[in-house]
Design a protein. Structure first.
Length: 116
């Protein structure tokens, strides 16, 4: 069984270390919360009834994504409008051509934990 937001292309199971970052009840649908895990800025996104964790940095503009639009499983860059799939990190339109990092999350009760 996959954890929430875990990409389907994961083929090798390794021991993951999870960090509690937020509660599910504090992130309203179609919003995101910026958190820091091991010095990385990560967005916890609540979209399409699921939670996702992605790096808070556009692969094209190197701008933070925290102020971007979040809708139906994608997040847009506020600088140039590039959209990214929240599950895979893949760009959905130009100008971005490279994916953003995604992270495995799990929900333990109401607590959201991220492996990063």
């Amino acid at each position: 069984m996959r954890e929430h937001g875990e990409a389907a292309q994961v083929t090798e199971m390794t021991e993951l270390s999870f960090t509690a970052v937020a509660t599910a009840s504090e992130i309203a649908p179609e919003t995101a919360k910026e958190v820091k895990v091991n010095g990385r800025s990560i967005l916890i996104c609540h979209s399409d009834g699921r939670f996702f964790a992605v790096e808070n940095r556009c692969s094209h503009a190197e701008e933070p994504l925290a102020c971007g639009r979040l809708k139906r499983g994608w997040l847009s860059c506020p600088a140039h409008g590039a959209r990214f799939d929240l599950e895979t990190g893949e760009p959905l339109n130009p100008p971005a051509t490279e994916p953003i990092a995604t992270f495995v999350i799990r929900i333990n009760g109401d607590v959201i934990e991220v492996a990063a």
